[in-house]
Design a protein around this ligand. Structure first.
Ligand SMILES: NC(=O)c1ccc[n+]([C@@H]2O[C@H](COP(=O)([O-])OP(=O)(O)OC[C@H]3O[C@@H](n4cnc5c(N)ncnc54)[C@H](OP(=O)(O)O)[C@@H]3O)[C@@H](O)[C@H]2O)c1
Length: 271
């Protein structure tokens, strides 16, 4: 048998290193497929890019931002992974189920679901209409139910269901968030309950609870930001990549014994 020359060995080693790292992160998710709902902007876009950097092929959903979604897809493709964007309103059960099926048709599997799509309509409780309450419930809770049920049909051992809840699902320090915090509290216990049902299949379910993160939904500037920033121990808003880093850990192999957990990334807001 011919022995490998040192140049061949170096070239193979370089290929291996390139395969293992992309964007500076170790490729812990190579051959995994992730779906991030609401992945065109904000926290969801950061999660999609980070999971791709860790080696996954990634699908995202969005509602209105086709251009923003396309640019997330391009960025992931430039980094050497596959990506698709699917228009699917989290409040539309048929669209969400079709999106999950499209991901499996495109990539052949689904390993990680990140239930990120969510909305808030901040106003006082007495001014909030029933239609607004229904809208927030439909996206933040019903949408999570539909996407999770559809995804579980395809998930196998090692699968990951990850919720993007909120620190206000545990403790509310500012007014104007009754429907929103109620939905995030619901997502927390949804996640804990589900972990009991799918654990025997080797699937983990965890709830990531961000504090104030600078996005279009919750900009770090303006009157609304002042009490939120002041309530954190670090006296600052968080960045989307700081949430994505925790999601990437929970999505990866190092979190295999973590399930039913509520993991808060809030700059100490709930300390
Ligand atoms: N920012 C914070 O301070 C904070 C704190 C705690 C928790 N969170 C949670 O983190 C998640 C993301 O928040 P974000 O701040 O990144 O929000 P964002 O900046 O408003 O981005 C929302 C993303 O979700 C998509 N989206 C919105 N409504 C949707 C729907 N009905 N169906 C499908 N996709 C939809 C948007 O795409 P289109 O524009 O195309 O609709 C966009 O990609 C939410 O669940 C939120 O509750 C945020």
């Amino acid at each position: 048998m011919e022995s490998e020359s040192s140049e061949q060995h170096d070239s193979q080693l370089n290929k291996w290193v390139l395969n293992r790292t992309i964007g500076g992160h170790t490729s812990k998710l190579t051959e995994k497929v992730a779906l991030v709902t609401g992945g065109s902007r904000g926290i969801g876009a950061a999660i999609a890019k980070r999971l791709a950097a860790d080696g996954a092929n990634v699908a995202i959903t969005y509602t209105k931002g086709a251009d923003a979604a396309a640019s997330v897809v391009k960025e992931i493709e430039r980094a050497g992974r596959k990506a698709i964007a699917i228009q699917a309103d989290a409040a539309d059960a048929d669209a969400v189920e079709a999106a999950v099926n499209k991901v499996v048709a495109a990539f052949g599997r689904l390993d990680i679901l990140v239930n990120n799509a969510g909305t808030a309509i901040p106003k006082t409780f007495e001014e909030t209409t029933l239609e607004e309450m229904d809208r927030v419930l439909d996206i933040n809770v019903r949408g999570v139910f539909v996407a999770t049920q559809a995804a579980l049909k395809h998930m196998h051992d090692g699968g990951r269901i990850i919720m993007i809840g909120s620190s206000v699902g545990e403790r509310v320090l500012v007014p104007g968030l009754v429907p929103y915090s109620a939905t995030k509290g619901a997502v927390k216990i949804f996640s804990q309950s589900l972990s009991r049902e799918v654990g025997s299949r080797g699937i983990t379910v965890n709830n990531i609870q961000p504090g104030p993160i600078d996005t279009d939904l919750n900009p770090a500037t303006g009157d609304w930001a002042v009490p939120q920033k002041a309530a954190t121990a670090l006296d600052r808003y968080g960045r989307v990549d700081e949430v994505a880093a925790l999601v990437a850990f929970v999505a990866g192999p190092d979190s295999s014994y973590i399930t039913g957990a509520n993991l808060t990334v809030d700059g100490g807001m709930n300390a």
